[in-house]
Design a protein around this ligand. Structure first.
Ligand SMILES: Cc1cc2nc3c(=O)[nH]c(=O)nc-3n(C[C@H](O)[C@H](O)[C@H](O)COP(=O)(O)OP(=O)(O)OC[C@H]3O[C@@H](n4cnc5c(N)ncnc54)[C@H](O)[C@@H]3O)c2cc1C
Length: 456
């Protein structure tokens, strides 16, 4: 990058927040996919005005701008594949306002999701979206990917909590979208358009979030299924029993074994599947609900249903669930991680089809995820140096996506498209959907400087 541009960036944010050494640039070159693209410079702004000034320079000079939160994304969204400026938002991490009366929080995008949850829970309030990465990922990254998480089953995903936001557009102007009220319908819904746009339409600099009252009580159960088919049938039966758990998580045997090897939590590795089920609400209703769910599981073939007695037991169940992603890193060097979603009643069908695909392509596929949403994380464990196996994995991914769409599902429930799924989106959006998406991108970003090469 030209020296005079680096100098201009330093003039905006100060020397210590512009980094151009090889070490610094490499640190911001990858995300959780393990793929890489090295930025020319890393800049850490502190205010929306700084972001605006940086983007104006980039727009004038036609330099790519790649917004970045914690870099925990699973689709390569924050990787600077065309170089340019890695715009790291983690220094904009304040809780600007907590309006308890109206149950609204206003936050900067770099705030870590868990930190926000802790802050609001101190006041008896609740921010439900809980990606398993919540201790590291940022609210801005969650907004840009429309992150989900285990609680999406009952509470929805990030977009359901974003009332309004500010974003710096590719020409450097600041858009104030949406509201700071419980509702509002003035004009097109630009807030929702920005949410899930993966940093391709602008840089989110402020977010107004809806909060809920903190549930009084939580009950958590772990159900052990000797047969995987029974576990997937239990998912449909629980939903059909008119109880809406806050979480209904699934782990297949490979996921259980992998976690057990990693953290030695005493999980039953002989079981073909586990379901982690959580309900929340008032004291009396949660007791009734967890008992009913336990009965459904037992009637469907669970050999054991353990209900956590206290917070420590609950935490140890969740620790096992949250350890899956890091544990997978220990069983193979490369993980191809998909997050397909099917209608809930099709979970048994997709599980059967995944098993069949794994057998036919001779691949180690580990499945876990938010089964209550029909959202499964399908992990093909491989080694990118093994070109023959990678070819089989690639064909298996195409078949997994076709099966998902055939069952009425979507190729991504929460991780987004980034660079890893862009070649498949036409199968879901169709020609018209792609054309409209391209036109929207051109309106916002005619010179394609904002996170180029992502989604489309
Ligand atoms: C162990 C693990 C578990 C996970 N579990 C879940 C899960 O349960 N549910 C789930 O949905 N995801 C999950 N993820 C994926 C990931 O954590 C989410 O996608 C998260 O929302 C990314 O946040 P981030 O701050 O790391 O963003 P990054 O990875 O830095 O960026 C993600 C995308 O957002 C854009 N972006 C970031 N900040 C901004 C901004 N301020 N303005 C505009 N664009 C921006 C980037 O350009 C990129 O396209 C998991 C990841 C890991 C590693």
């Amino acid at each position: 990058m030209k020296k005079e541009i680096i100098k201009k960036l330093i003039d905006i944010v100060g020397k210590e927040r512009v980094m151009s050494s090889d070490e610094d640039r490499i640190c911001y070159s990858y995300d959780a996919t393990g793929k890489m693209g090295i930025p020319d410079v890393v800049v850490k702004p502190k205010t929306a005005d700084e972001v605006s000034a940086i983007v104006k320079i980039a727009n004038r000079e036609k330099i790519p701008v790649v917004p970045r939160g914690a870099g925990s994304g699973f689709v390569g969204g924050s990787i600077p594949i065309h170089g340019g400026i890695a715009l790291v938002m983690t220094d904009m991490n304040c809780l600007i306002e907590l309006d308890e009366e109206n149950m609204i929080a206003v936050v900067e995008p770099g705030m870590v999701t868990y930190n926000l949850q802790q802050e609001v829970e101190k006041r008896g309030l609740f921010y439900p979206p809980d990606p398993a990465s919540l201790k590291i990922c940022t609210i801005g990254g969650n907004a840009a990917t429309c992150a989900g998480g285990p609680r999406a089953l009952k509470y929805g995903v990030t977009k359901d909590y974003i009332l309004g936001l500010d974003a710096v557009l590719p020409d450097g102007e600041i858009l104030h979208a949406g509201v700071k009220t419980a509702k509002g319908v003035v004009g097109y819904d630009l807030t929702k358009l920005m949410v899930g746009s993966e940093g391709t339409l602008g840089v989110i600099t402020k977010i107004n979030l809806k909060l809920l009252p903190l549930p009084e009580k939580i009950k958590t159960a772990l159900a052990v299924f000797p047969k995987i088919d029974d576990a997937s049938i239990a998912v449909s039966k629980i939903i059909a029993s008119r109880i809406l758990p806050s979480s209904l998580e699934f782990m297949d045997q490979s996921a259980v074994k992998c976690v057990e090897d990693y953290i030695h939590a005493g999980l039953p590795t002989d079981a073909e599947a586990l379901l982690l089920i959580e309900v929340d609400g008032d004291e009396i209703s949660v007791e009734r609900q967890i008992e009913k769910i336990g009965n459904v599981c037992s009637d469907t073939g669970a050999r054991d249903v353990k209900i956590a007695k206290d917070e420590a037991e609950r935490e140890s169940i969740w620790k096992a669930r949250r350890a899956i992603s890091p544990a997978l890193g220990h069983i193979a060097p490369t993980k191809i991680n998909e997050d397909i979603t099917v209608p809930r009643n099709k979970v048994p069908d997709i599980i059967r089809r995944l098993k069949n695909i794994a057998e036919r392509y001779k691949l180690n596929i580990v499945n876990f995820g938010h089964a209550g949403d029909g959202n499964l994380h399908v992990n093909i464990m491989t080694d990118r140096r093994n070109t023959e196996e990678m070819k089989r994995a690639d064909e298996a991914v195409s078949e997994i996506f076709s099966a998902t769409l055939e069952l009425g599902g979507t190729i991504s429930g929460e991780h987004g498209i980034g660079i890893t799924k862009s070649r498949y989106i036409k199968d879901e959006l169709g020609v018209t959907g792609i054309e409209v998406t391209k036109k929207i991108k051109r309106v916002f970003d005619p010179d394609n400087i904002m996170n180029p090469g992502k989604i489309l």
